[in-house]
Design a protein around this ligand. Structure first.
Ligand code: FE2
Length: 404
């Protein structure tokens, strides 16, 4: 019987029926083989192969693995779901409820993006359906409550930058697209383009991508090529629409023509190209990289607003700020009173005065029993408390998502 197993379930004595990655794109002899020893298992895992098919009539069996038929059925069910979903029917839920689902979506998305990027590194084709399933889950989560998934983007590991950046840009793009009035089909297409916008960086030498001390002119020219590489990859991928390709291809174009690869200006850049440019920069600025620290969201928003005189579409930047708020959900902020609080809702119209959950008192230097404070309403005699700064959560050992 043929079964699908995770590569970490592989043991010597099993027989691989199908290595489950592209023809000639792996260093193993043929697609079917005996698993001889642990070294071979390690080699397969290290090569980035996550799942293989084994034949239990020839080699050892694994109890908890689906048969090939069951695995194929599960894949088809997921793919079929894509067309059945009507995003208009999705009902909003509270952030606290959505956070559990959003965690799962993010975890799944991480696996998929890693897989896709590794495939590109090895010169293997992308399967659009694989990405589409994840983009769909992101759309659903963002429509139920955008704050859940977005708040998770704040807790990142530096070494996973590219994967997390891809997911966050996708999530923000979907949320922004909804605000701009895009329909379900368009959301799927721009979501896919956003998820894969930086895929071309896999074909740029990695030592340049993460270089600590600035780039030479020729290195920068190489980095710039990632948009071109990305377009080529997407064009070769079956079923990817022009809308997805253009969304990815234009993410470094700037309104004044100083961007790349084409240096086009103003309305020559598509609406989605102008939108993703803002999102890409916002997410890059607010994330810690190997070569620099993060910039607090409120500061990044100010910078982008300032740059929108020349680089970005100002009308669109205003809408984007409306979309995410000055203090995005999940931010840890210091209030004038000395309290530290986690922003957990900015559904009111006042983007400067969100709902927060107070978690720490810096004056008394102690944790407080969490309670909700609506900064748009007066509290006590002196009027409403107000946000004075953004605080890095790791500095206080506070995990903001625990308070959403
Ligand atoms: Fe890029």
């Amino acid at each position: 019987m043929v079964k699908k197993v995770k590569t970490n379930q592989l043991r010597p004595g099993m027989f691989i029926h199908d290595i489950n990655c592209g023809w000639l794109d792996h260093p193993f002899f043929g697609r079917a083989m005996d698993v001889n020893d642990d070294e071979m298992v390690e080699k397969i895992v290290n090569f980035g192969i996550r799942e293989v098919y084994i034949d239990t009539d020839i080699g050892l069996d694994v109890d908890s693995a689906p048969t090939k038929e069951e695995a194929d059925k599960a894949i088809m069910e997921e793919i079929n779901k894509i067309n059945e979903i009507n995003f208009d029917d999705i009902k909003p839920v509270a952030v606290g409820r959505e956070i559990i689902m959003a965690k799962k979506v993010r975890k799944e998305a991480m696996k998929t993006v890693q897989n896709v990027m590794n495939n590109i590194k090895m010169g293997t084709q992308i399967h659009k359906e694989e990405v589409e399933v994840v983009v769909n889950d992101i759309i659903i989560s963002m429509l139920r409550n955008p704050n859940a998934l977005m708040s998770m983007g704040m807790l990142r590991k530096t070494d996973e930058y590219l994967y997390q950046h891809s997911i966050s840009v996708c999530a923000l793009m979907v949320s922004f697209g909804k605000l701009l009035g895009f329909d379900s089909q368009l959301l799927k297409e721009i979501g896919l383009g956003a998820m894969l916008h930086d895929i071309g960086t896999m074909q740029v030498p990695q030592e340049i991508i993460c270089k600590q001390n600035g780039l030479t002119e020729s290195e920068y020219e190489q980095v710039k090529k990632h948009v071109l590489y990305g377009r080529n990859i997407l064009e070769k991928t079956e079923g990817v629409t022009d809308m997805s390709i253009i969304t990815a291809y234009q993410h470094h174009e700037r309104l004044d023509g100083t961007g790349y690869p084409k240096g086009i200006k103003g309305d020559e850049i598509s609406k989605t190209g102008r939108a993703i440019a803002i999102i890409d920069v916002y997410d890059a600025l607010t994330t810690k990289r190997c070569f620099r620290n993060l910039i607090p969201p409120a500061e990044a928003i100010k910078m982008i607003f300032e740059w929108s005189e020349t680089k970005f579409d100002r009308g669109m930047v205003k809408k984007f700020i409306k979309c995410i708020g000055i203090y995005p959900v999940g931010s840890l902020v210091r209030l004038e009173s000395g309290l530290l609080a986690v922003v957990f809702d900015h559904s009111t119209d006042d983007i400067l005065r969100p709902l927060v959950r107070v978690v720490y008192d810096t004056k008394k230097e102690r944790i407080v029993m969490p309670y909700v404070l609506d900064l748009s309403k007066p509290s006590g005699k002196g009027g409403a408390d107000r946000i004075v700064s953004y605080e890095p959560p790791e500095q206080w050992s506070i995990q903001p998502d625990a308070y959403l």
